[in-house]
Design a protein around this ligand. Structure first.
Ligand code: C2E
Ligand code: MG
Ligand code: MG
Length: 579
């Protein structure tokens, strides 16, 4: 029900108005002067004010002016009731803020009509205001959500990288301090997602966050700064040792496995450390330095840490130079392919080769692929270089077949990047067509990480390759994360047991040592799944004897031959006199 405040020094006038509006179901209130009216606003909360102009003390015009100056009440319409009718009088009322007038003596029809019209306006205004408030609340809520999304990680509720940076900057503004930053990146987290699924991956990240949080003291702030990356911002660090103590604690908290949805998961981290210096207090730079150090730690292998050193910028520059040199080498045909014999272990006869790339460096001589494949992988150059290797190897094999060795096979390595290349299938088909090689003698070697990056796609791709008659082997088998878990759903032809396991086999270690057991397990498993097994890196007679004893089908290693040039292979293995 609308509330109307009538302000008039004559109570009779109020009575008249009350009578005229009796049928309208308004709640009418009365004030006998301007002062009273202003004081009663909070009590009556009027939706409309009917105001007499001529009153002793605070007159109607002044009262109107004051009402319109009050933020809370300025939107309440005011009808001025006046006996004054000159234009000048009306102008004065309007400039004082009146919304409408009624002239005295008040007429019933006019009063009802004007009151109704003013109340309609009042109602529309209120609806608008309500809508506005709702809108503002939504905007405010969205802004808070947005800030949260930027400054807080939704999965762990920890600050994000931007959140940590913001805190760093806020604290630096209050009082500049020496800061340290520890950045931890999980090693091969992709494999966890690949083998257990993203849900388990997410839960594992939460569990890691909890474990790390427990290691912290006041003045140390944990954030999730990337997919599988966490950072700890630490106040008041001036010596590296302070950081190293904390790092030791961090590394120790990854020795025990994580249990997520009844899966036991071992995870390791690579850690980078950096500090602000007197010359460099920039937060972004601090994060970048810790990242650079972490990247170096990763290159050294799992569970290592590295303190940032400005020399690392030099290392970065060297990497860029290497990338340039590799581009140039490819253009200038400075790469060549070597071939390492693969033998049938039961007969010790030559079965085929693995093609291995070499870089004929103008000053360094032959450079091993271990030094440059990672860099090519990063820039993507591996895709074109890899295809070149495949073409070379196919042409070479075709020649050897023609010269009287039609049974020989050729294994060619495919990197993760090549395997993910959308044109791989078409490229392989084209090379086979152009060189005329029988697909059945070609074996493509892929690593577990190529599979784990995108298992569904990898399964489809290997099926397509195999349906064209090619064979697929898994290289460096045993070093990946869940080697055994995915095999039953992944269509491959052969497993290559990683060199590190074969290397650890020696007569003194006995058959109960772990590498022996791993090798034995892989061979048994492969036999059960109907897969061929190739042992890599056979260097001693004892290793060969043990593998033969286990019925391992194929092997390669320095015991038989190192990777050799095509000419050397022809000399040492394919010489017609020896055939
Ligand atoms: P991989 O495919 O596992 O190749 C086997 C590596 O083991 C070769 O190293 C080979 O020389 C080495 N090796 C073989 N037998 C023995 C042994 O008895 N003792 C020792 N200590 N080592 C042995 P290499 O040629 O340096 O190649 C290293 C890796 O580089 C390869 O590992 C492969 O992953 C990659 N690679 C080589 N060529 C290519 C290529 O054309 N494309 C791609 N994507 N990767 C390649
Ligand atoms: Mg290989
Ligand atoms: Mg290998």
């Amino acid at each position: 029900m609308f509330s109307i405040l009538v302000v008039d020094d004559e109570p009779n006038n109020f009575d008249v108005i009350e009578t005229f509006l009796a049928n309208e179901k308004y709640q009418l209130h009365y004030a006998s002067n301007g002062q009273d009216a202003l004081q009663s606003l909070d009590i009556f909360k009027p939706d409309l004010i009917v105001l007499d102009v001529m009153m002793p003390g605070l007159d109607g015009i002044e009262c109107c002016r004051r009402l319109k100056a009050m933020e809370r009440w300025q939107s309440v319409p005011i009808i001025v009731v006046t006996a004054l009718t000159t234009k000048a009088d009306l102008v004065e009322c309007i400039s004082a803020g009146a919304d409408d007038f009624i002239s005295k003596p008040v007429n019933r029809m006019e009063l009802t009509a004007r009151v109704r019209s003013m109340l309609r306006i009042r109602q529309q205004y209120q609806q608008l205001e309500e809508f506005n408030n709702r809108l503002e609340a939504i905007v405010q809520q969205r802004t808070t959500q947005l800030r949260q999304m930027i400054f807080q990680d939704a999965l762990t509720a920890l600050p994000s990288r931007a959140g940590l940076l913001q805190m760093f900057e806020q604290r630096q503004e209050i009082k500049p301090l020496p800061w340290g930053l520890i950045t931890l990146d999980c090693d091969q987290f992709k494999l966890v997602n690949g083998s257990f699924g993203h849900q388990v991956g997410d839960q594992l990240l939460r569990a890691i966050a909890q474990r790390l949080n427990r290691q912290l003291s006041p003045g140390q702030l944990l954030g999730r700064t990337g997919g599988d990356e966490f950072s700890i911002l630490i106040e008041n660090v001036d010596r590296d040792e302070q950081l190293e103590v904390l790092v030791a604690r961090m590394l120790a908290c990854f020795t025990a496995p994580f249990w997520v949805e009844s899966c036991e998961i071992f995870i390791t981290v690579s850690i980078g450390l950096a500090k602000t210096t007197r010359l460099n207090q920039d937060g972004e730079q601090l994060f970048q330095d810790a990242d650079t150090a972490m990247y170096q730690a990763k290159l050294r292998g799992k569970s290592s840490y590295q303190i940032f050193d400005p020399q690392m910028h030099v290392a970065m520059l060297q990497r860029l130079t290497l990338e340039n040199d590799l581009q140039l080498a490819f253009k200038q045909s400075d790469f060549t392919v070597y071939y390492q014999p693969i033998l049938d272990l039961s007969s010790e006869k030559l079965a085929g080769f693995e093609a291995l790339i070499r870089w004929r460096h103008p000053s360094r001589g032959l450079v091993s692929p271990a030094e440059f494949i990672p860099s090519m992988e990063m820039t993507g150059l591996i895709v074109s270089v890899g295809l070149w290797v495949l073409r070379q190897a196919c042409e070479q094999l075709q020649q050897w077949h023609r010269r009287g060795w039609p049974e020989l096979t050729m294994s060619v390595n495919l990197s993760v990047r090549q395997f993910a290349s959308p044109t791989l299938l078409a490229d392989v088909e084209q090379i086979l067509a152009e060189t005329g090689v029988n697909p059945a003698v070609l074996k493509l070697e892929i690593t577990e990480s190529a599979i784990m990056d995108n298992a569904e796609m990898a399964i489809a791709l290997t099926q397509s390759l195999r349906s064209r008659g090619l064979q697929i082997s898994i290289d460096d088998f045993g070093t990946g994360y869940s080697s055994l878990g995915y095999l039953h759903r992944f269509p491959v032809d052969a497993l290559k047991i990683d060199r590190s396991f074969i290397n650890a086999i020696n007569p003194t270690s006995g058959v109960t040592n772990p590498p022996h057991q791993v090798v034995e397990t892989i061979i048994t498993l492969a036999q059960q799944l109907g897969l061929a097994v190739i042992a890599e890196g056979i260097e001693t007679q004892a290793q060969l004897a043990w593998l033969q004893h286990l019925d391992c089908e194929f092997g390669q290693g320095y015991l038989f031959a190192k990777p050799l040039s095509a000419a050397e292979i022809e000399d040492q293995f394919l010489n017609p006199r020896l055939k």
